[in-house]
Design a protein around this ligand. Structure first.
Ligand code: PEP
Ligand code: MN
Length: 349
């Protein structure tokens, strides 16, 4: 059940409603929007009539939610969620945010060079995997802790925010000091124990769509994180497996407006994994923005032909610069702003 309070509801009235909801067996999640407070009751309450709640002082409306995701649904935050980062960067607000970097952190020179290029192009986040989920156990598995330390060092040197993938519960504690945002990869979208644990941390989580996941399944996975009290979740469309083989995955652009309709959570597009082909990244990035994405996650490498993972889909740095210029034309057409390129990258490489 969702209870929307009146704009002028007092704290005492809100508390009375919360107590009534708890008394019948709900866990109550509260969100305070620009205009009103919304109380979402989740769990398996005893028999109740939601209309009784509409009679309580300060209540504007009480509605039963039949959708299986209560907290991820738009009704919980009709105006949308803005995920805020310490340096003032926001995802889900007016500005389009680009996260770019290599698939894997490979070493000091590579990540420092790439960070300078990403920053100069106008991205706000540096991405880079330290723990890598690889299809083959014989492929490069990531630099681990050493990679995380390099990410933090270069993040501090450049002012770029850091996003990196967490693959299992035991890595959460280890990663906390090094990352600004956890990435949950497609293969782990339904690792429910990991999602539950990420619900208890107070750092944003970017949740990628699973390789064969429906939109409802993505939102239910987000619900695991939200129900733990971590409301800073960003969704990511990164392509799904279909019968098409020309591209690595099929980038489901339509998922972007569908998720915007169903959920209040921000969504970013990942055209790199969505297509698997460098020549298709820019068109799908442009399409994602035109379709309403709040940001993009893009693989770029100083020397893609030498990349240890996902070289074929990694942009050359100059391609990222060109793409950002194109996005500066598209973003305003859909009511978004986007950062100008950094005047000069101030990082020694
Ligand atoms: C990645 O971002 O490098 C990655 C492994 O992505 P996905 O989980 O979407 O395959
Ligand atoms: Mn990759």
């Amino acid at each position: 059940m969702i209870v929307a309070m009146q704009e002028n509801a007092t704290e005492e009235q809100i508390q009375t409603v919360v107590e009534r909801m708890v008394a019948i067996g709900f866990n109550v999640h509260r969100t305070t929007g620009a205009l009103q407070t919304i109380l979402a009751g989740v769990g398996r309450p005893a028999q109740f009539d939601h209309k009784d709640f509409e009679l309580l002082p300060g209540v504007s409306e009480a509605v039963r939610i039949s959708s299986p995701y209560k907290l991820a649904g738009r009704g919980f935050r009709p105006e949308g969620t803005i995920v805020r980062f310490p340096n003032g960067v926001e995802i889900g607000g007016n500005e389009l945010v680009v996260m770019a970097g290599p698939c894997s952190v490979e070493g000091r020179d590579q990540i420092f060079t790439c960070a300078a290029q990403v920053k100069a192009a106008g991205a706000k986040f540096l991405r880079g995997g330290a723990f890598k989920p690889r299809s083959s156990p014989y492929s490069f598995q990531g630099m681990g802790l050493e990679g995380l330390k390099l990410l933090r060092e270069v993040g501090d040197a450049t002012g770029l925010l850091i996003i990196s993938e967490v693959m299992e519960i035991s890595q959460i504690e280890l990663m906390l000091p090094y990352v600004d945002c956890f990435q949950v990869g497609a293969r782990n979208m339904q690792n429910f124990n990991l999602l539950r644990e990420l619900g208890t941390v107070r750092k944003p989580v970017l949740l990628k769509r699973g390789i064969a996941a429906t939109i409802e399944e993505v939102l239910l996975s987000a619900e695991y994180i939200l129900s733990g009290g971590n409301y800073d979740v960003i969704l990511c469309e990164r392509g799904i497996r279909t019968y098409e083989t020309y591209t690595r995955n099929t980038m489901d652009i339509s998922a972007i407006p569908v998720i915007k309709h169903l959920s209040h959570l921000p969504i970013v597009g990942d055209p790199s994994h969505g297509t698997g082909r460098r020549d298709m990244v820019a068109p799908m990035a442009r399409a994602s923005v035109a379709a309403g994405a709040d940001g993009l996650l893009i693989e770029v490498h100083p020397n893609p032909d030498k990349a240890v993972s996902d070289g074929a889909q990694s942009l050359f740095p100059e391609q990222l610069v060109r793409l950002m210029d194109e996005l500066r034309l598209i973003a305003p057409a859909v009511g978004r702003t986007i950062m100008e390129p950094a005047a000069a990258a101030t990082v020694a490489v």
